[in-house]
Design a protein around this ligand. Structure first.
Ligand code: GDP
Length: 428
């Protein structure tokens, strides 16, 4: 049984917590896209962790954690993260790295920084982790696949090719220090030695696991609106954030993904630039940001304050549709308990008419939010485990959201911990 856990919006919906929770009853957790540019925050019995590269299942000793071929693998970051969790008492996880994953090189990180510098005020708000240069090289076919680290001839030949291309840009576009072939080869040798014990033919391993009836979780990063095809291009990430890509980025048949759990936050937040129709500002935003998430809405990787806003129905409905949602996990609901009234963006006004469909970026930038308000519940809901125990106005908010989103909310998260979860039977 394969399940995907993905985001409906801009990321930071709480996928890490849901994955960590579902990992309890799973065998294998696979990261299938993205790199160390975003993170998941997880709170469990070992403490609070920000993971960037490791799958969110690493805290259990019965699970195998896999870095799939679709991931942008930063080897030093992976091993630093591994050491950090082990140093804090987590047992050494069982880790496998796909022999087809490609490697984020130090020059990818540099090119990311140089390009942001060059663009100045017009930058994409990159986290400068090298992700866009990495994926560009992958598709330009000058990336390094993990399997290639073990082929000396390939390493040498490719290192020369890479230096020739990159050095033209470094010299003439960026006026920065050039790459050295010898140094590059040395780095590749170091990476080879670090990753060697973990390398695996992941698609074969997963094929076998599926035949044995194992439970596999595919863990997405970011959300639909950051997908390069279906998101707010060009303010998107460089790999697909959709569950469909889980099949490719892990190496398994698409029809094996039986459950797609799309994580939706009870309000909105976004890191980085781009259209965000339901965004709020000033004191109202500051209060939500301060109370939001677990200790405020600040990026897990960058520490940047997140932009915040109200639940955006057109974006979320679209986000769930593109994911192929079977279940919605509605998260961080507890945070809204302070509000007398809860605004919800139920439509967009574009060119004088109202739509509930999510448009292409140019139109989105002109959209003004149509706001409806629901009564708040004005109390703490953490600790509640039964749907019927939630205050009436809280259930009304959930049911309103579900009806407008159009996909069943079957999980409700009312706190950052593993057990802060309510299972619900949807009437949809
Ligand atoms: P991800 O990238 O989708 O995994 O999201 P992040 O981990 O970046 O952000 C989610 C934040 O919300 C983290 O700080 C979580 O600990 C926290 N969180 C997750 N679910 C809940 C919840 O139901 N209530 C509260 N208060 N915090 C939550």
């Amino acid at each position: 049984m394969v399940k995907a856990i993905v985001g409906a919006n801009w990321g930071d919906e709480g996928k890490g917590k849901i994955t960590d929770m579902l990992a309890r009853d799973s065998d294998i957790i696979v990261r299938f896209q993205g790199g160390a540019n975003a993170g998941h925050t997880i709170v469990n019995n070992y403490g609070k962790f920000a993971l960037h590269t490791l799958p969110s299942g690493v805290f259990y000793d019965h699970t195998t954690s896999i870095i799939g071929n679709g991931v942008a693998l930063n080897i030093p970051v992976l091993f630093r993260e591994l050491k950090q969790i082990v140093d804090r008492g987590v047992p050494m996880p069982k880790l496998l790295v796909s022999d087809r994953a490609q490697i984020v090189m130090p020059y990818h990180v540099l090119f990311d920084q140089y390009e942001e510098e060059r663009l100045g005020g017009k930058s994409f708000g990159s986290t400068k982790s090298g992700i866009a240069p990495f994926y560009s090289d992958k598709y330009a076919k000058i990336g390094f696949q993990v399997s290639e680290l073990f082929e000396e001839d390939i390493i040498r030949e490719k290192a020369e090719r890479v230096c020739a291309v990159k050095n033209v840009l470094l010299e003439h576009l960026y006026q920065k220090p050039l790459l050295d072939v010898g140094e590059l080869i040395e780095t590749l040798h170091e990476y080879r030695d670090m990753v060697a014990p973990y390398v695996c033919n992941v698609s074969l391993y997963l094929d076998q696991a599926i035949r044995e009836g194992k439970t596999i979780l595919l863990e997405g990063q970011l959300g639909t609106l950051k997908d390069p095809d279906h998101g707010i291009y060009p303010m998107v990430t460089s790999s697909s954030t959709l569950a469909a890509y889980g099949a490719i980025g892990a190496g398994l048949p698409p029809y094996e993904i039986r459950q797609i759990i799309t994580v939706v936050k009870a309000y909105s937040s976004a890191v980085g630039a781009g259209a965000f129709v339901s965004e709020i500002f000033g004191e109202e935003a500051e209060e939500l940001r301060r109370r939001g998430g677990d200790g405020g809405e600040y990026g897990a990787t960058t520490g940047r304050p997140r932009r915040v806003g109200w639940l955006d129905i057109p974006a979320t409905r679209y986000g769930c549709r593109l994911q192929g949602t079977t279940d919605v996990a509605f998260t961080v609901l507890d945070v809204l308990g302070y509000l007398d009234e809860i605004p919800v963006c139920t439509g967009y006004e574009i060119d004088g008419s109202v739509t509930t469909e999510f448009p292409v970026t140019g139109k989105l930038e002109q959209a003004k939010p149509v706001i409806e308000k629901l009564p708040g519940w004005k109390c703490e809901i953490r600790g509640i485990r039964e749907y019927e125990q939630l205050p009436e106005n809280c259930r009304r908010y959930i049911e309103f959201a579900e009806q407008r989103i159009g996909y069943p909310i079957t999980l409700i998260s009312n706190g950052p911990g593993r057990d802060d979860i309510i299972y619900r039977k949807s009437k949809l």
